[in-house]
Structures are given as structure tokens and as C-alpha cells.
Design a binder for this molecule. Structure first.
Ligand SMILES: Cc1ncc(COP(=O)(O)O)c(C=O)c1O
Length: 409
């Protein structure tokens, strides 16, 4: 270990590639997917009545431990459908305020805004990067706040027990953003089954994917029925084709997506376990490197989703060199790390413009933890956590190699 850094012309720790995502498993294709896709193609029914999409929704709902699942084209519209279902939004009246974490993807807030809710951005717990329940409680506007939208960011579940306490004390609903947390568990319960509804994404970067796709999960039949109406031109789930009891859009999906998802769901659990094992190894190994704080896993987490493996970087322990310089050096060693969100969401251009144009739609509470996490994060993605121990050792070796070079002289 040690030696001249690859970024300075030295030999990289690793020149081999990393697994592609999604994994192209020829046996999965041969053992079922090809025949199923052929059947859809030749059967002449690629959309409604959505037999395969509905069957997959049931399969996914069972996996999550809820009564109802509804397949959607994206995570963003799944959030919109979940909000619509839980809050009974018609899309025309003011929907009230939804509290969101200020460390997330834009869709968490834009979905709420699209449904005519305003958003309040609050701080996160820096250890888990998920919404801070105390910050939520402080931010509640009793005349306006209607819901909390926690994000299980990077696969680490939010503190749902504390959030439920806050929600119960103030009469609020909870919609879980599960886009990054397929298979994650809180005290043995899968995310998407703990709040009033959950919203998943199956977009191409996600741990379960069909390129694009999404899912709403809920135990409540009326919530589900309203989500279905939002998705299917206002129809009732058991209704006929033409009556439209509500106003809705068309967010129906293709049967092809369901074929892919159904096959890939079979391996999700084993993949999640593998990611947890590799992450445990990395946490142990990287925990000995000064200046690197491995991801904290809260005691209530019985399964981490590990969409990302995110460490916190302390430049003081690395000769004052910046996080970006560190990430560039590690990448040059052959380890494809990134740094995640570049700013708290409220501080990105679209939200700043919106707040200027429509101040009543955006509230920003103090978010020192989100600001610090944005500046200090370095992350691997879930595909890297599917590697073997040699792959994990390469990651550790690269991180260990950088420090002496950064602190020398
Ligand atoms: C936290 C979060 N919420 C929502 C979404 C939206 O999902 P989609 O891209 O499928 O619309 C994403 C996708 O990246 C996400 O990361």
C-alpha cells in the first residue's frame, strides 16, 4: 500500500472494471424473461387490462407487507399518486404544506408542488442523512402543515417511529419516499409499509429497475383507490372502462416493464443481503482510516437498502485537501466514487427561483447538517457493493493509499 498516487502518474490500485447495472444475467433471460416478453409481444396486449402490471403490483405489495400496490411509470408520479391518495387531493385546491428533508432528489419536493402543496425544507440527522424528527416538529405550521414526506435516502430508513410520534401529536399524514430503499427494513418491517403510503422508483439507477417505473404501496383501500384514479383517468380500481368518478391523468404502464420487474424482484433480497455484508466489511475496514467516517446504521435498521454507501470525509485528516480532490484521487485509483447531492435541495436553482417567484410555496428552515453533509460526502453506488471481497479490498486500499500522499510534506 502507499506509493505514488495514480492521479500523479503512479500505478492505480485497480484497472479492472466494475459490474454494470442492471446486471445482464443471460440465465435470467433464458430462464423466463425472453419467453414472457415474447408472449407479451405476440399476445397483442401490451397495456390494459394490465394483467402483468397488476400481478407484479400484488407481488411487490406482498414483498413489502402491504395490502395494495399500484404500478406507475416513474417514482415521481408514484409520489404524486401517493400524496393524492393519502391527502385526498383533487389537484385544484391548495393541498396544504408538506415537510420534506433538505437532502434529497428534486422529485421529493416537485411531486408535492405539482399536487398544489407547498413545501417546508428541514434539516437532516447528519449520521443517517434522513429527516430529523425534532426539526420536523419544530417546523410544523399548525394552520398549514398536512404531511411529512421522509426519504429513506441512500437506502437508510428514516426514523419512522419518531416521525409517527410527531405525526400523531399533530394530526399529520406520512408518505414515505422509498425511491432509494427497496428491501430496507425498520424493526423487521419493509419500507413502504410503515407510513400511510409509500412511493418507489424503478428508474435505471435504482436497486430494482426496469429502466423507468414506479410503485405506490399502502394498506388503506381508499388511499389506493384515489391513487388508482390519479393514475387511470379518474377510474375506480374495480370500475368499468368508461365511468370516471374523479379527475385523473394517464400514468398507466406497459406490460413489458412488469415482466422485467417480476423476474428481478426474485433476486432483490439476496442482492440486498450481499450489499449489507460487503457494507459491513467496508464499514469495519474504513472505520480505521483517520478522517473517514463510515455510514452509521441506526439500531432500528434490520436491513439497509444500500442504494449508496456514503462516507463523510474530514479534510483536516487529509492535509487540508478538499473532498473533491480526495474523490478525484480515489477515482484515479480505479474506484468510481461520487459526491452525491451538490447542495441542499432548497438551494438549487429551480427551488430558489420558485421561492422568489412564489414565496408562499417554499419555506426553508435552518439546515446546517444538510449543508455539511453535502460538502463532506463521498459515495459508492449499490452496484459496487455486489462485488466480492477482492473488490472491497481494492476500495479500502485506494482510500488508505491517498491519505499519506495528501499529508506528506
Ligand atoms: C429520493 C428520490 N425520490 C424520487 C425519485 C424519482 O424517481 P423517478 O426518477 O423514477 O421519477 C428519485 C429518483 O432518482 C429519488 O432518488
Amino acid at each position: 500500500m502507499g506509493g505514488k498516487l495514480a492521479i500523479d502518474g503512479g500505478t492505480p490500485v485497480r484497472t479492472r472494471g466494475w459490474p454494470e447495472w442492471p446486471e445482464s444475467r443471460a440465465e435470467a433471460w433464458d430462464q423466463g424473461i425472453s419467453a414472457e416478453l415474447r408472449e407479451v409481444f405476440l399476445g397483442g396486449v401490451e397495456g390494459s387490462p394490465a394483467t402483468r402490471a397488476n400481478a407484479f403490483a400484488t407481488q411487490f405489495a406482498d414483498y413489502c407487507g402491504v395490502a395494495h400496490g399500484e404500478m406507475m411509470p416513474h417514482g415521481t408520479d408514484s409520489l404524486m399518486a401517493a400524496l393524492t391518495g393519502v391527502l385526498d387531493l383533487d389537484g385544484f385546491r391548495d393541498g396544504g404544506e408538506v415537510i420534506v428533508p433538505n437532502y434529497t432528489f428534486v422529485a421529493t419536493a416537485s411531486a408535492a408542488l405539482d399536487r398544489r402543496c407547498s413545501v417546508a425544507f428541514v434539516d437532516i440527522d447528519p449520521r443517517t442523512r434522513t429527516i430529523d424528527p425534532a426539526a420536523v416538529e419544530d417546523a410544523i405550521d399548525p394552520g398549514r402543515t398536512v404531511a411529512i414526506l421522509p426519504v429513506h435516502v441512500g437506502g437508510h430508513p428514516a426514523d419512522m417511529t419518531s416521525l409517527q410520534g410527531v405525526a400523531d401529536r399533530h394530526g399529520l399524514k406520512i408518505i414515505e419516499d422509498c425511491a432509494q430503499a427497496h428491501g430496507a427494513e425498520i424493526d423487521g418491517r419493509k419500507v413502504g409499509s410503515v407510513g400511510d403510503a409509500g412511493a418507489f422508483s424503478f428508474q435505471s439507477s435504482k436497486n430494482l429497475t426496469s429502466g423507468e417505473g414506479g410503485m405506490v404501496t399502502t394498506d388503506d383501500r381508499e388511499t389506493w383507490a384515489r391513487a388508482v384514479a390519479f393514475k387511470d383517468c379518474g377510474r375506480h380500481p374495480t370500475g368499468e372502462a368508461w365511468p370516471h368518478p374523479r379527475i385523473g391523468g394517464n400514468f398507466r404502464t406497459s406490460e413489458y416493464l412488469a415482466v422485467l420487474l417480476s423476474a428481478r424482484l426474485e433476486t432483490l433480497e439476496a442482492e440486498t443481503v450481499r450489499r449489507n455484508e460487503n457494507a459491513a466489511y467496508l464499514r469495519e475496514q474504513l472505520g480505521t482510516v483517520p478522517g473517514i467516517t463510515p455510514p452509521h446504521v441506526a439500531p432500528y435498521v434490520t436491513m439497509h437498502g444500500y442504494h449508496h454507501f456514503m462516507v463523510l470525509y474530514d479534510s483536516d485528516a487529509f492535509g487540508g485537501r478538499s473532498r473533491d480532490a480526495f474523490a478525484a484521487a480515489v477515482r484515479a485509483e480505479g474506484i468510481p466514487v461520487g459526491s452525491g447531492y451538490t447542495a441542499p435541495l432548497s438551494d438549487t436553482a429551480p427551488l430558489r427561483h420558485l421561492a422568489e417567484a412564489h414565496p408562499s410555496l417554499v419555506r426553508r428552515l435552518p439546515c446546517p447538517n444538510a449543508e455539511s453533509v453535502v460538502d463532506r460526502s463521498v459515495r459508492l453506488t449499490h452496484a459496487h457493493l455486489l462485488g466480492n471481497q477482492d473488490d472491497m479490498d481494492d476500495i479500502v486500499e485506494a482510500v488508505v493509499k491517498v491519505r499519506p500522499a495528501f499529508t506528506a510534506g
